[in-house]
Design a protein around this ligand. Structure first.
Ligand SMILES: C[S@@+](CC[C@H](N)C(=O)[O-])C[C@H]1O[C@@H](n2cnc3c(N)ncnc32)[C@H](O)[C@@H]1O
Length: 388
């Protein structure tokens, strides 16, 4: 790759693409130009694909410099760590545990943060350090605190930040606790998702301040919430766009294997059979999963695919007491369902789907979230219209 090609396929090309799609605002352009992504991406990466939670094979910078460079300047997420660093092989681990987020998402969330000169910002999830560098450039090192739970990632990020000339406060620890040492903050931004907003973030944000965080139910579906903190210590606001972040480590759910639900018996074990007219294919899209997840708590889906394109949709509860299966085959108008345990999980999913359908299939932009000391409530259209 020539120097010109590198520049073309590099920071300039990405800045143009992000300006064109509206993610990179005029306010953030100087920071974006001053803090190129390649200074923060490690030498060993698993490039992702835009809009998909799938990674390509490992790329090592010294072996494939052009592939590495092209991946860094593509508008896509890049996995930088698997399985909390316990997987170090050449393939892929089980769960991506750190990444450089998709540039469109980075810029969109920074826009939602709506910072002004002098604002103090707390970031949860330092990752590569790129976002912390963008914030430090815009607001000054003294106004930025970034917390990372993974010791190795935090150490590497700190080194990269220093090499690029930035010295925000970098903290190693559980971001769920925030960082009271520098509170109150005007803004809190999380770059990992939560199923419940840590109350420490609200307590450490001044009234009128804003929290931008990806939020998603256990079931699936996720969107960025933009919450304003009120004088009474509650936080409320709309969801502003779909997202797919890795979960805050301390809020991951433990997912038991199907075998444990069947208790040594073969499927369908003690499951009771019924049929449904609702296609399992109609409940798998991200926005409908979110709506279902809000109404079907503590449960999660898993798809078991077959070679002919059919599949079984498994539903399981996190308590390990209930499961359901729904079999999908193309061209059918009736689908076989088995359910076992105190919760009738397919019935719950179907009821939630009908609720969503009757409200004209709302997207993320019609939902919002209110958090107080005791509860978290997702609402539809207005804060008093609960989606219980
Ligand atoms: C998507 S990455 C962050 C991207 C980062 N902001 C950047 O600019 O590269 C999510 C990060 O959140 C971190 N994380 C997960 N749980 C955390 C927790 N409880 N406290 C702090 N950081 C956490 C992960 O280790 C991971 O590095």
């Amino acid at each position: 790759m020539s120097a010109d090609e590198r520049e073309e396929a590099g920071p300039q090309g990405l800045a143009s693409a992000l300006t064109e799609n509206g993610a990179l605002s005029r306010d953030w352009l100087p920071a974006f130009e001053a803090v190129p992504r390649h200074l923060f991406v490690p030498d060993v990466i698993w490039p992702g694909r835009a809009g998909m939670n799938r990674q390509s094979d490992r790329v090592v910078r010294s072996e494939q410099p052009d592939t590495w460079w092209t991946a860094v300047y593509r508008d896509a997420p890049i996995t930088t760590q698997w399985d909390d660093g316990t997987y170090t092989g050449p393939g892929r681990g089980k769960i991506p545990s750190s990444s450089s987020s998709m540039p469109t998402m980075v810029c969109s969330m920074l826009n939602e943060l709506d910072v002004a000169p002098g604002h103090r910002v707390l970031e949860i999830g330092t990752g590569t350090g790129w976002n912390a560098a963008l914030l430090s450039h815009r607001l000054g090192d003294e106004n930025v605190v970034t917390v990372e739970v993974d010791r190795a990632s935090a150490r590497d990020a700190r080194e990269r930040l220093e090499a690029a000339g930035y010295r925000p406060t970098t903290v190693i620890g559980d971001g769920a606790r925030g960082w009271p040492g520098a509170a109150p903050y005007d803004r809190v931004i999380a770059t990992c998702s939560v199923g419940s907003v840590p109350r420490a973030w609200i307590a450490q944000t001044r009234p009128g301040g804003i929290i931008v965080t990806p939020w998603g139910p256990t079931y699936g579906g996720e969107a960025v919430a933009r919450l304003r903190v009120a004088d009474d210590g509650t936080a409320s606001g709309p969801f502003v766009g779909s997202s797919a972040f890795m979960r805050l480590r301390t809020q991951r759910t433990d997912r038991k294997h199907v075998r444990e639900y069947l208790k040594g018996r073969n499927w369908p074990a003690d499951g009771s059979r019924s049929t449904t007219a609702l296609s399992p294919d109609d409940v798998g899209e991200w926005a409908v999963m979110f709506a279902i997840g809000v109404r079907v708590p503590d449960a999660f889906p898993w798809m078991e695919p077959y070679e002919d394109g059919s599949y079984t949709l498994w539903l399981r509860d996190t308590a390990g007491t209930s499961w359901a299966t729904a079999d999908y085959e193309q061209g059918r108008d009736e689908y076989e369902v088995y359910q076992s345990g105190p919760r009738k999980l397919w019935d719950e999913v179907e009821t939630a789907f009908r609720w969503w359908e009757e409200r004209d299939r709302p997207g993320f932009d019609r939902f919002g979230l209110t958090v107080d000391a005791d509860e978290e409530r997702v609402w539809l259209d207005t804060p008093d219209a609960l989606a219980p």
